[in-house]
Unconditional design. Structure first.
Length: 376
């Protein structure tokens, strides 16, 4: 009983201020989201992902020349070191690509160690440039037995990603959608994976260790992997009416519906309207908009029945489907984007560091007398 009462109190640290940041605000007035003072709506509509990365790293928008230079730097760092290629080729096809990225990031830390915190922006930039290359090299090798050239001359990370995935120059509309997705996923204050990165950074560990830990946190279905789970849900219905019936049934059984609800936002997730619009546009250009229609109906039912709103992950599922992205790459794309936020938080933590070490409320038994092994 004592244990039960104590455990009921678990709060997951909701609502507690665990530090300060100048990088983003989540869920303030009107459930808004801002990065370094700019609204997510403006950024998604007007910026490139590379501009957002710069904004997060330097706290201000780049000049035209600075942006061109940064794009060139990213372009020049897309190649994968030979020993890492060997390792990627050894990983099984059945491995989840989140595990591939977690291992690849850690291996890169062996091959190209950060050495000094003075190199942190270089380490972050290198990871941003090479992460899609590592992911898609492994994907094509393990799934199609093809060794791709992981270097393209595309200016944007989104175009580079789609080019490597589909072996052709992508349509500008698809690049725009993926660029928007990268921006939406770039940063989100003290979410679980970012907090993981900051806790690691606060021990003064190296950059690659912080990111490797963050990838591990993002992998869970309550965090990044919700977009893959949402797709599995959407795919399980044949049409919108079937979805309505199925969702009511799941709610009756008190099942968790992936892609709905949020730990901070209460009424809506501002990223949802943006990615939903992308998904709708792509669905209208596709031969079969069914997954959009199913998603829309699920959203209506969840709001009507539970007042639960779609979070950023829900319409990402159908948007990625229309971009012809395999489901197993959904959460890894989140890594390629959130890397920017993680990196900015690691740098911010290092700038004004103190070891993160909260206390726990003890709920175990009182002090006991020791019993020798033979007497138990
Ligand atoms: C994100 C999430 C972990 C937030 O959890 P949380 O802060 O504990 O959520 P709340 O406190 O707002 O939950 C309130 C109630 O709604 C329910 N609820 C929340 N999200 C739900 C969902 N997706 N499906 C069904 N019920 C849900 C909770 O079970 C809880 O019910 P209870 O009071 O009967 O226990 C949770 O909404 C969730 O698991 N969503 C699905 C996974 C997901 O999409 N993750 C990505 C987040 S961006």
């Amino acid at each position: 009983m004592y244990h039960m009462e104590k455990q009921m109190k678990t709060t997951g640290l909701r609502g507690q201020v665990a530090g300060s940041t100048a990088l983003s605000t989540v869920g303030g007035a009107g459930n808004s989201l801002t990065y370094c003072g700019y609204s997510i709506e403006d950024l998604a509509q007007k910026a490139s992902f590379e501009e957002v990365v710069w904004l997060l790293f330097y706290g201000k928008l780049p000049t035209q020349q600075a942006l061109l230079d940064y794009q060139d730097t990213l372009k020049s760092q897309r190649d994968i070191p030979a020993p890492l290629i060997t390792c990627l080729e050894l990983l099984p096809k059945t491995t989840h690509p989140m595990e591939v990225l977690r291992s690849a990031c850690s291996l890169l830390g062996n091959l190209e160690p950060e050495k000094s915190f003075k190199n942190q922006i270089q380490a972050a930039t290198r990871l941003l440039a090479v992460m899609p290359s590592m992911l898609l090299y492994w994907y094509h090798f393990s799934h199609h037995n093809i060794r791709i050239n992981p270097v393209t001359q595309d200016n944007s990370t989104a175009a580079h990603f789609l080019n490597l995935l589909h072996h052709q120059s992508p349509h500008p509309d698809t690049v725009k959608c993926l660029n928007t997705s990268f921006i939406l996923y770039a940063e989100h204050e003290f979410n679980a994976s970012t907090f993981t990165a900051r806790v690691c950074a606060a021990t003064l560990s190296d950059f690659y260790s912080c990111i490797t830990g963050a990838i591990g946190s993002l992998r869970g279905p309550l965090h990044g992997a919700a977009n893959e789970e949402a797709m599995a849900l959407i795919e399980s219905f044949k049409d919108a009416n079937d979805a309505e019936k199925g969702i009511l049934d799941k709610l009756d059984k008190k099942e968790l519906i992936m892609g709905f609800g949020h730990a901070i936002y209460r009424e809506s997730d501002p990223r949802n309207a943006i990615i939903k619009a992308c998904s709708k546009k792509l669905s209208m250009q596709s031969n079969n908009p069914n997954y959009y229609l199913i998603s829309e109906r699920i959203e209506q039912v969840m709001w009507r029945e539970k007042r639960l709103f779609a979070n950023a992950d829900f319409f990402h599922a159908s948007a990625y489907h229309f971009l012809n992205i395999p489901v197993l790459l959904f959460t890894p794309i989140f890594v390629c984007a959130r890397l920017s936020g993680w990196a900015a938080h690691i740098m911010e933590q290092r700038k004004n560091n103190r070891l993160i070490r909260p206390s726990a409320e003890y709920i175990g038994p009182p002090l006991k007398d020791w019993i020798n092994l033979e007497a138990r």
